[in-house]
Design a binder for this molecule. Sequence first.
Ligand code: ADP
Ligand code: MG
Length: 146
Amino acid sequence: MNQVEIRFSALLSNEAFARTAIAAFCAQLNPSMEELVEIKTLVSEAVSNAIIHGYKMDGSRDVYVNANITNKMVEIVVQDYGVGIEDIELAMQPNFSSLKNKEHSGMGFTIMQTLADDLQIRSVYGLGTKVIIKKKLMPVELEEVM
Ligand SMILES: Nc1ncnc2c1ncn2[C@@H]1O[C@H](COP(=O)(O)OP(=O)(O)O)[C@@H](O)[C@H]1O
Ligand SMILES: [Mg+2]
């Protein structure tokens, strides 16, 4: 197994770092541009949730992102030790947001479910949330002949 882990302050200004770092790690699998955009979107949605919802933008807290590659599959784990999710099923409903406004459309989990090959949410209310994203990557050469 080949893995990396990053840890950063729960500030939205670090979200671009997180998505770019994980995309750069995945580049060794020679993903297509489309797959790279999808990976960035997955990381972006999960990390922004950890910062905004989990930690309420408390920059003294840390978000952890681990990525590991096995064969042509990447697994990305985004972990916070923030407020946790009381009702995961409700939180995953399209359009559900506890912060409903223009910027929080409540579509984050729906987008993640669409882009990931497998998505798991583990959360303990009051303790934190772990989002486990699995995505298969097809090398560009292979994609071209198929
Ligand atoms: N890491 C997290 N910690 C606590 N609550 C979360 C976390 N991630 C998601 N949630 C809850 O799930 C809801 C739905 O998340 P999401 O689909 O991304 O929509 P949005 O971020 O637009 O509210 C959030 O409004 C929030 O209540
Ligand atoms: Mg969200």
